[in-house]
Design a protein around this ligand. Structure first.
Ligand code: ADP
Ligand code: MG
Length: 230
């Protein structure tokens, strides 16, 4: 789609997935809280970026052909120094090529490592009849077991989002329980309202997945972006 491609300055055909760094570039324009990251084209550049961001960092291999990065062995988290970065970099390139010998590796994304927090998933799906639907769900290790999510037609209001959260089985975890701090819900509302703006300007987005979004005491960090455009 021309609009989206123009916005990204890249040549992307419809029906393809954006790589994480492309999706992140798009989301940053809507002030969505993307984890700090820069793409590196060489190991030397990766080291330089890591020093700027500060260790520990995460490395992820970026390739149009790789949609599920951890399955392909191209995500290495919590790298604490240049030695760890160097060997992870080599392993990522090796795994990307093992996965697909003809893989075109666009680069390696150097990303800040986000400390543990509560994880949510934000998703968007375009329904042929009802249009874009926003999904909020519980993320992290529970996602397969609990399958906890709620859905609304977009655009959503803050009241809609509050209702969606109340529908979750894990609402108590978001609110906080037994003295354990929950999530600052303002951060959730802000993300959803920014997603409204994104979809209004980019209706060609067919699917979007922010998984995980990690919430710490005061901040939200979008750690992965997967976007399918039509
Ligand atoms: P994919 O979903 O394509 O396999 P992700 O980018 O989501 O790849 O990375 C896989 C997992 O690694 C995430 O689900 C998360 O647990 C962890 N992870 C990814 N990025 C970060 C980060 N910046 N900080 C901390 N953990 C991360
Ligand atoms: Mg992911």
């Amino acid at each position: 789609n021309k609009t989206l491609c123009a916005g990204l300055g890249t040549d992307i055909q419809s029906g393809t997935f954006l790589m994480e760094h492309e999706g992140a570039d798009l989301l940053r324009k809507y002030e969505l809280p993307i984890a700090r990251s820069t793409i590196a084209k060489s190991k030397e550049q990766a080291c330089q970026i890591a020093t700027e961001i500060g260790y520990p960092i995460v490395l992820k291999g970026m390739s149009r052909e790789i949609i599920h990065k951890s399955d392909a062995g191209v995500v290495k988290v919590n790298l604490k120094n240049e030695d760890e970065l160097t060997s992870a970099y080599d392993e990522i390139v090796k795994n990307a090529l093992k996965n697909n010998p003809g893989a075109d590796i666009a680069g390696v994304l150097v990303q800040e490592f986000v400390p543990k927090g509560m994880e949510l998933i934000f998703g968007i799906k375009k329904d042929p009849t009802f249009g874009h639907q926003l999904v909020i769900g519980l993320g992290g290790i529970f996602v397969e077991i609990i399958k906890d999510f709620s859905m609304r037609m977009m655009p959503v209001s803050v009241d809609d989002v509050e209702e969606m959260l109340k529908e979750l089985k894990s609402y108590q975890m978001i609110e906080g329980y037994r003295g354990k701090k929950g999530i600052n819900k303002q951060l959730i509302y802000t993300i959803c309202l920014s997603l409204n703006d994104l979809i209004e300007e980019h209706p060609e987005i067919e699917e979007l997945d922010l998984n995980p979004v990690i919430f710490t005491d005061n901040d939200a960090y979008i750690c992965d972006v997967r976007i399918l455009i039509t």
